[in-house]
Write a protein that binds this ligand. Structure first.
Ligand code: ADP
Length: 495
């Protein structure tokens, strides 16, 4: 690499860790620094993180990268983050007024039920594309305002800032100069109107949230502010920002209507680009902003599977059937099929498109012949069945047929899973060369704004496939296997 080649710095602040990654213009990873982050559960259903740790860890990772790199080579910083997690802080000092309430937190579940009973959900859905759920930021903000003594008054006086993690990091990186967010993170607050593309007055009133605390909403490629010399040791422009799943959509270069990315980590998140027209799902998927760049918005449908890789961890840690996640592949391939066994991993209810919070997991089809290998195989196959449920919903909602899925996340290391996904969905499954698609997406956004890349076409042509899986299963077998899955899911839903 020559001195003149610009590089890009991505900050990827996730639920389990904070990271800074340096990318070359070609999208190769040059350096990574990472710090694990703690979660605390002070009460049943509550999930919090120390917001100061979120900032300090991110700062540490970023400084470490800068120490190794030469300042003048870095064109810009891009930020991507765990979504929905809610922080309120003092506008003067930057000190958080309460812990970060993490997206998984369910403390406002009763309040959400109450809102639904009062008939507010349809209005919320029509404006935000979301379901009325504690997952999103609005009810978390309200909780903090209602529960920290004197805070509401201070918020009304303009002394308090709200932000998701992106905003909080931006504020600190810029030494308080910039209180902003991007449109994808805003779209997960349940306060942002996707049609008018502004904070929504009616929603702010409903949740009793003063508009003074809100950040300015920018497009994904924008001048978000200058990371301060005194903070990083170098002044660097922050030019890109997006929530993690949206950044992955960008990192996977899904820029055309109908393109789908699916990320298989602990859970699985799939997004389909549906183009410039806002459309509500009829299959209980979420509508969200895919990205907005140069005044052009692309909406996305989003479906989440709560348990994906977590099922493999369960086989390892709870059942002791495998010693490592990777071993699951060899075990699954030691039998020709699952012999009629299905695992429906509804450990925390079933997500899209079922949304059955009370559902519990089952293993069905057990006989005297069933072996550990059959159960392991069924667990891996469940990844594909769950994805097929989601993709069918995408197809029904969009009227588009999905021929290719771009996949990433820890589970794509498993060839059996990838091939079975391709077979069961009858699609081509592409795994890219750079699987850190979330951080890459943030780097891409920063690079677009800072002139490292000219256009989205530039990014599309830079995206490269590492391995492509093509379907090779007979239709009849596919149909038969999937019917078995649907039967198993029915048992969960009616239990
Ligand atoms: P997250 O970002 O949610 O922490 P990752 O993308 O790092 O998750 O993926 C980790 C998950 O992938 C774990 O749940 C693990 O069980 C699963 N996993 C990793 N490698 C394999 C493999 N070879 N086969 C099956 N599952 C795997």
């Amino acid at each position: 690499m020559s001195q003149a080649d610009p590089v890009l710095l991505a900050i990827d602040q996730g639920t389990t860790s904070s990271r800074a990654i340096l990318f070359s213009k070609a999208g190769d990873i040059l350096n990574v620094k990472q710090k694990e982050l703690k979660l605390t559960m002070p009460e049943k259903g509550w999930v919090e993180q120390d917001a100061t740790d979120i900032w300090k860890d991110t700062l540490w990772c970023t400084r470490e990268i800068l120490q190794d790199a030469e300042e003048e080579m870095i064109a810009a910083i891009g930020i991507t983050n765990q979504r929905e997690t809610t922080i309120l802080w003092d506008r003067e000092t930057g000190a958080p007024v309460y812990n970060a309430i993490v997206w998984q937190d369910r403390r406002t579940a009763d309040y959400c039920t109450q809102l639904k009973e009062q008939g507010h959900e349809e209005m919320i859905r029509e404006k935000t594309g979301l379901l009325c759920d504690p997952y999103f930021s609005a009810t978390k903000i309200k909780w903090i305002l209602d529960n920290v003594a004197g805070l509401r008054m201070r918020a009304e006086n303009g002394e308090i800032c709200f932000g998701t993690v992106d905003s909080f990091l931006l504020w600190h990186l810029t030494n308080g100069d910039s209180h902003a967010t991007d449109i994808t993170n805003a779209s997960r607050t349940m306060l942002y109107n996707l049609k008018t593309q502004e904070w929504d007055k009616e929603l702010l009133e409903l949740f009793d949230i003063p508009s003074q605390i809100l950040p300015e909403v920018k497009e994904n490629c924008a001048d978000f502010g200058m990371a301060h010399n005194t903070v990083l040791g170098h002044a660097l422009p922050i030019c890109g920002m997006a929530g993690d799943q949206h950044a992955a959509l960008i990192g996977q270069a899904c820029f055309e209507t109908g393109m789908v990315k699916s990320t298989y980590g602990t859970g699985c998140f799939a997004l389909m680009n549906i183009g410039p027209d806002f459309k509500l799902s009829e299959n209980r998927l979420l509508t969200t902003v895919g990205y907005k760049i140069n005044g052009q918005i692309s909406y996305a449908l989003e479906g989440s599977i709560f348990v994906a890789g977590a099922l493999i961890q369960w086989l390892r840690d709870q059942l002791g059937l495998i010693e490592t996640a990777a071993e699951s592949e060899e075990k699954a391939l030691s039998v020709p099929d699952s012999n009629g066994v299905y695992v429906v991993p509804a450990f925390t209810g079933l997500g899209a498109p079922y949304w059955e919070p009370g559902a519990q997991g089952v293993i069905t089809g057990l006989t005297r012949e069933s072996s550990a290998a059959h159960i392991i195989r069924a667990a891996l196959e469940a990844q594909a069945y769950q994805t097929k449920d989601l993709i069918s919903a995408f197809e029904n909602d969009s009227g588009l047929s999905v021929d290719v899925i771009r996949a990433d996340g820890g589970l794509v290391a498993n060839n059996f899973v990838c091939q079975f996904l391709s077979d069961m969905l009858n699609v081509q499954l592409d795994v890219p060369k750079v699987t850190e698609t979330t951080a890459l997406g943030a780097a891409y956004l920063a690079g677009l704004q800072s002139g490292v890349y000219d256009s989205l076409d530039n990014l599309s042509s830079g995206w490269a496939v590492e391995q492509s899986y093509r379907p090779s299963m007979e239709d009849q077998i596919r149909v038969q296997l999937y019917q078995g899955w649907q039967k198993a899911v029915r048992q969960v839903l009616t239990a």
